[in-house]
Design a protein around this ligand. Structure first.
Ligand code: THU
Length: 149
């Protein structure tokens, strides 16, 4: 869990990032702010494309900035998602999977629920996450692929 002060700070930063969103198609600006285990903060907004499927969500923009600036071992302690003040908005499924990939074991996600902001664990927001699989090589041997390894 994070303090109320830190939560409020991340919400404000996400709202600032939200102002920079490139959303000519949906007109739905999303902002995100995250804090890493080391206390660094990164923000992001959604960036759409006329080829709609190429659009990037605000949360993933913040996470990709985090990894590209701090390196592959960096972990999220808390990530916030904001949008229009009166609209409830929880992270999409793709963002949940990406948050899961880079979250610390006790990482949390904060988003606007029906009334106020809610804070939920990554495990709660993506139960049964895809974190490993078995690759079958051409010679029939099996290789276990695990998240981050
Ligand atoms: N969007 C986000 O940025 N984050 C989410 O978690 C949900 C959806 C964006 C994608 C698109 O630019 C717009 O919201 C409408 O779907």
């Amino acid at each position: 869990m994070i303090s109320t002060d830190l939560k409020e700070k991340l919400i404000l930063l996400a709202k600032e990032a939200q102002k920079k969103a490139y959303v000519p198609y949906s007109k739905f600006a999303v902002g995100s702010a995250l804090i890493t285990e080391d206390g660094d903060i990164f923000t992001g907004c959604n960036v759409e494309n006329i080829s709609y499927g190429l659009s990037n969500c605000g949360e993933r923009t913040a996470i990709f900035k985090m990894i590209s600036e701090k390196g592959p071992q960096t972990k999220i302690k808390a990530i916030v998602c904001t949008t229009k003040a009166d609209i409830a908005c929880s992270p999409c499924g793709a963002c949940r999977q990406v948050i899961q990939e880079f979250s610390s074991p006790d990482g949390v996600v904060i988003y606007k629920g029906e009334n106020d902001y809610v804070t939920v664990s990554v495990a709660q927001i993506l139960p049964g996450a895809f974190t490993e699989f078995i690759a079958i090589e051409d010679d029939g041997s099996e290789r276990r692929i695990q998240k981050g390894a």
